[in-house]
Design a protein around this ligand. Structure first.
Ligand code: ATP
Ligand code: MG
Length: 555
């Protein structure tokens, strides 16, 4: 199948590109600076890949730069393992932050003095209310909030208490620093939002130096300003935070005034893109880890054999918009198949073996047959595959009493063994239980290479592996992690996990080149799908994806 225009829609512009283009054309910015700001509290997932492609992609396209900034303001949940995995994943996607690796924690001292600045200018105060009191006095969407009794305490007292919060004199939850904005604001984010909380936890970078940590809202915009970010691109849930983002920039002596823009997060059918839930799957061992090939994490997809190019192509085609939507997983699969169809070399493997004995093939002899490596890519060349009297074919390729349209092997039926010969089934041998355990066949020596000189046709071509030369491997077949397109719609997505998401085949048979060739990347097992070597020790292959859309069938 050739890639054509209907399969590959042209990549269209999007509103973020338009904004950047306009800002460059108008001279508002000479060059753009974006950032990708992950919190290191889990592995990156497909949604993050979208954010990475937007931020790094636009910087690349417009000759700007993109920073990788760890939003490490919550030491209770952050770990070095996550910091390392995030860097590995961004690089694997093909992006480079160069020297621009930053951490919000780099700015803790600066953020602290800016917090003091707000207190001194009457724009922040230390609040002694309990968490519950603060929650009730915040009001609701329909009711205004109420001022804290500590709101009008003196600047000197707030400064003193804030310094003592930093020194670790108070227990977590007993005090917070709040911006003094407006408890009656329609936007709840402006009702005196918290800027600093007391947290007594070991930070991966600053250790136990800090007893207070800035909130996301206080750290984020100020970090953007310190790094001279021009376009601070985030997902729509931060839209209501934008007035606070701008309020803080307006009330602080920051060196730059970045602008925040929001886009709709990526959602996909049969997929959960939420670190909170993915963390739960890992912690409760519903999957084998963050890089389990069933996980929608970048690490999981890499281990499953999804090429980074296919992933980026998918993100591009999913587009960038401000309206929330859910992308059909079939589109993701189509991008992966399209890429692999062009790039993946073909091999033969039998997953559910049925023995075939070719009775008229001389015993003890064998030969090597020329097999094309990739019909989509003549440059991929060919290889030699051993053929002999005893072979394995796929159990599914034989039926003793076939229905009308079954053209594969059945008693009396002639088929082609790919790149080899025409064979005809003469007899099916059964065990005591009546199961077919072996087929006796004959071959036509004149059909070597897979074509009959007399021009006669067969309706089926099947893959095979020579029994004497076969290598035994474990093959892991991954099915969707969820049983429904909208996991979690009725509650917890854990309840929608697919009990059959992993199928392990202990004894699959491979042609020997799959072991001797230095197999890199994802390959095709002819007629079965795309596979790659797993990172576990031993000869283990993961199925990346089948050849056909199985979701369409499910519908
Ligand atoms: P999650 O919602 O999975 O917990 P998060 O938003 O808390 O993710 P962060 O580490 O804060 O994770 O995200 C880093 C960046 O990735 C943010 O700018 C965020 O907006 C973006 N991002 C997260 N999820 C998605 C998504 N599904 N689609 C697009 N961008 C996303
Ligand atoms: Mg977040």
């Amino acid at each position: 199948m050739q890639a054509n225009e209907t399969e590959t829609p042209p990549v269209v512009s999007n509103f973020l590109r338009d904004i950047v283009q306009d800002d460059l054309a108008s001279g508002k910015h000479k060059s753009i600076v974006t950032r990708f700001p992950p919190e290191p509290n889990g592995y990156l997932h497909l949604g993050h890949a979208k954010s990475i492609c937007i931020n790094f992609g636009m910087a690349e396209e417009f000759g700007g730069r993109c920073h990788l900034r760890f939003d490490d303001t919550n030491p209770a949940k952050e770990e070095q393992e996550f910091i390392d995995s995030i860097q590995r994943d961004v690089k694997w996607l093909g992006f480079d932050w160069g020297d621009n690796l930053y951490h919000a924690s780099d700015y803790f001292e600066q953020l602290y003095s800016w917090a003091e600045h707000l207190i001194k200018s009457g724009d922040a105060y230390v609040d002694d209310q309990t968490v519950d009191e603060m929650r009730t006095s915040r009001g609701t969407l329909t009711e205004p909030g109420k001022n804290s009794p500590f709101r009008d305490r003196s600047v000197a007292e707030s400064l003193d208490l804030f310094a003592r919060m930093r020194a670790g004199e108070f227990l977590p939850g007993t005090r917070v620093l709040r911006a003094k904005i407006d408890m009656t604001a329609g936007n709840i984010n402006l009702r005196d939002p918290a800027l600093y909380r007391i947290v007594h936890a070991e930070h991966p970078r600053t250790g136990d130096k800090w007893k207070i940590y800035p909130t996301y809202d206080f750290a984020h915009g100020q970090s953007d300003a310190l790094e001279h970010i021009t376009h601070s691109i985030c997902t729509l849930e931060f839209e209501d935070h934008r007035p606070l983002y701008e309020w803080l920039l307006a009330h602080l002596p920051v060196p730059a005034k970045p602008r925040q823009y929001e886009f709709a997060r990526l959602n996909m059918t049969y997929t959960i893109l939420s670190k909170r839930h993915l963390t739960q799957f890992v912690r409760d061992k519903h999957v084998a880890g963050w890089d389990d090939p069933r996980m929608p994490t970048i690490a999981g997809m890499r281990r499953r054999g999804i090429p980074p190019e296919a992933l980026k192509d998918f993100v591009k085609r999913a587009g960038v918009a401000r309206a929330n939507s859910v992308v059909d997983i079939a589109m993701f699969d189509a991008c992966v198949r399209e890429y692999l169809n062009k790039s993946a070399p073909r091999y033969m493997a039998v997953l559910k073996p049925l023995k075939v004995v070719i009775e008229n093939y001389p015993e003890g002899s064998g030969e090597e047959l020329e097999c094309v490596n990739n019909p989509e890519d003549p440059a991929a060349g060919s290889r030699k595959v051993p053929f002999s009297r005893e072979l394995y074919i796929e159990q599914d390729d034989f039926m003793e009493n076939p229905p009308k349209k079954f053209f594969r092997l059945s008693p009396g039926q002639e088929v082609r063994l790919r790149y080899a010969y025409f064979i005809t089934c003469r007899e099916a041998i059964k065990n005591a239980a009546g199961e077919v355990i072996e087929l006796r066949c004959t071959y036509d020596p004149a059909t070597r290479g897979g074509n009959a000189p007399d021009g006669r046709k067969v309706k089926a071509t099947m893959h095979w592996v020579s029994a004497a030369h076969a290598k035994t491997a474990e093959v892991r077949i991954y099915n969707p992690l969820f049983t429904r397109p909208d996991p979690g719609a009725d509650g917890n997505p854990v309840d929608d996990l697919n009990p059959a998401s992993l199928e392990v085949i202990k004894e699959a048979y491979l042609e020997p080149a799959l072991v001797t060739d230095d197999i890199k990347g994802t390959i095709q097992f002819e007629r079965l799908g795309y596979f790659c070597r797993d990172t576990d020790p031993g000869l283990i292959f993961n199925r990346t994806i089948g050849l056909r859309d199985t979701y369409a069938k499910a519908k």
